[in-house]
Design a protein. Structure first.
Length: 150
C-alpha cells in the first residue's frame, strides 16, 4: 500500500469520458483520491453522495476529489449521471491503480472469498506526495467529506 511520504505518479488514469486525469490538472490543490468497490452499491453510493454534498466545502478547503473503481467507463457515466457527481471517476479496469496503491486483495462476504477493492482514501499534496491515508476500517461512507476535512 502507498504510505504517507510516498510519491504518486502524475497520470492517475482515464475518467468516465475517456479523458486522462492527472494530479497536475489540479495545481495548488490536495487531491482526495478515493478508491471504492463498485458503482451503484449502497455503501459506495452513500460515500459518493457525501462527497457530492460536501464538494463545495472540499473545494473551498483546497481539495479536489477523484474517485477510482475497477468499473467500466460506461458504468461510471451512469453512476455519475444518476447521482449528479461533480468530480471525475477513473475507470481502473486494468487494475493498475488499485494494485499500485495496494488496495486490491482478497475479501470475504457471507463466507465467500473473492477479490475486490478495499475502500481507502489517499490525500495527496499539491507536490504529489501522500500526506494522509484513510484506511478501510476508518472510512465512514455517510460522512466521508467531513472526514477528509476533519
Amino acid at each position: 500500500m502507498k504510505n504517507v511520504g510516498d510519491k504518486v505518479d502524475d497520470l492517475l488514469g482515464v475518467d468516465a469520458d475517456g479523458r486522462e486525469v492527472r494530479l497536475s490538472d489540479f495545481p495548488g490543490r490536495k487531491v482526495a483520491l478515493y478508491f471504492y468497490p463498485k458503482d451503484n452499491t449502497s455503501g459506495c453510493t452513500a460515500q459518493a453522495c457525501s462527497l457530492r454534498d460536501g464538494y463545495q466545502d472540499l473545494l473551498d478547503a483546497g481539495y479536489q476529489v477523484v474517485g477510482v473503481s475497477v468499473d467500466s467507463q460506461a458504468s461510471h457515466q451512469k453512476f455519475r449521471e444518476k447521482h449528479q457527481l461533480p468530480f471525475p471517476l477513473i475507470s481502473d479496469a486494468d487494475h493498475r491503480l488499485v494494485e499500485e496503491f495496494g488496495v486490491w486483495g482478497e475479501k470475504s462476504m457471507y463466507g465467500r472469498k473473492y477479490f475486490g477493492t478495499f475502500r481507502t482514501t489517499f490525500i495527496i499534496s499539491p507536490e504529489g506526495v501522500v500526506e494522509r491515508v484513510i484506511t478501510p476500517k476508518e472510512v465512514k461512507t455517510k460522512i466521508h467529506a467531513a472526514q477528509i476535512l476533519g
